[in-house]
Ligand binder design. Sequence first.
Ligand code: SF4
Length: 65
Amino acid sequence: MAGGHNPREYKKERFRQRFLHKLQYFNERYNANLCIGCGRCIIACPNAVNVLEVINKLKEVQVDA
Ligand code: SF4
């Protein structure tokens, strides 16, 4: 971020925010999806992050509300 600000100290926090923003928060706030599942980022990602694998893993997680 500009000025070197880092609102999330740990990598897992940044990873979580990235995907929850894309897949949940934006939709809740603006009623629009940021991901249509086209898969282009899977091909382009330099760290081999597969958004479809992340989504499938998230669906397996049991959340206690
Ligand atoms: S699959 Fe990746 S490139 Fe395609 S819309 Fe979703 S996040 Fe964007």
